[in-house]
Write a protein that binds this ligand. Structure first.
Ligand code: TMP
Length: 206
């Protein structure tokens, strides 16, 4: 099963995912945790280029293509082999981040971003997508309080940009309602992790 974790900045998705993965392993599931952009040496190098705060001249389409390139390499080297071995692959961000950030917030258009990603992924959609939903004001406040977190190029975008990201994620959840589950990430940490675990277990039992 291929599970993706999506949500805006400061939604607490990475912390909740750690807890969920530990619980799944305790239950005996073979889980691979990975992330985008990154997850393999080549994709991590692409990540550094995309997120470098000094790359202010980066064009939106260049950004979208780099995310898609990192995604393809990551699928080939990590995701596809693990799914083939019967593992549960849990990936922090995937195609819906490109649809929300590049397609929606950057205004490149959802259909254009779907097109380049269908080429990059050979039509690989996740089996389940958990959307950690939080108002951007709250998410951005959380990341500003987290002194250990490195600020990246996309964090520096305006509140307006982050509002568009959230709205596009919610639109995608409605459009692809068969694979999306919305998790209310403004709840306390334990509840958020429990809701995410319940959603994965429910899908596994289907
Ligand atoms: P993160 O590792 O903190 O989630 O940071 C990755 C950043 O990249 C985050 O701001 C979301 C953004 N992103 C996109 O804009 N498009 C994508 O396709 C992906 C995977 C991430």
């Amino acid at each position: 099963m291929f599970v993706t974790i999506e949500g805006p900045e400061g939604s607490g998705k990475s912390t909740a995912t750690e807890t969920v993965i530990n619980k799944l392993r305790e239950l005996g599931y073979d889980v691979l945790k990975t992330r985008e952009p990154g997850g393999t040496p080549i994709s991590e190098q692409i990540r550094n280029v995309i997120l470098d705060k000094d790359n202010k001249a980066m064009d939106g389409r260049t950004e979208a293509l780099l995310y898609a390139a990192a995604r393809r390499q990551h699928l080939i080297e990590k995701v596809w082999p693990a799914v083939k071995e019967g593992k549960i692959v849990i990936c922090d961000r995937y195609i819906d981040s490109s649809l929300a950030y590049q397609g929606g917030a950057r205004g490149l258009g959802i259909d254009n971003i779907v097109d380049i990603n269908m080429f990059a992924t050979e039509n690989t959609w996740p089996d389940l997508t958990l959307l950690f939903d939080i108002p951007p004001e709250l998410g951005l406040k959380r990341i500003s309080l987290n002194k250990n977190r490195e600020v990246n190029r996309l964090d520096l975008e305006t509140l307006e940009f982050h509002k568009k990201v959230r709205q596009t994620f919610l639109n995608l959840a409605e459009k692809y309602s068969d694979r999306f589950v919305i998790i209310d990430a403004s709840k306390d940490r334990e509840q958020v992790a429990q809701d995410a675990l319940d959603a994965i277990l429910k899908r596994l039992c289907k």
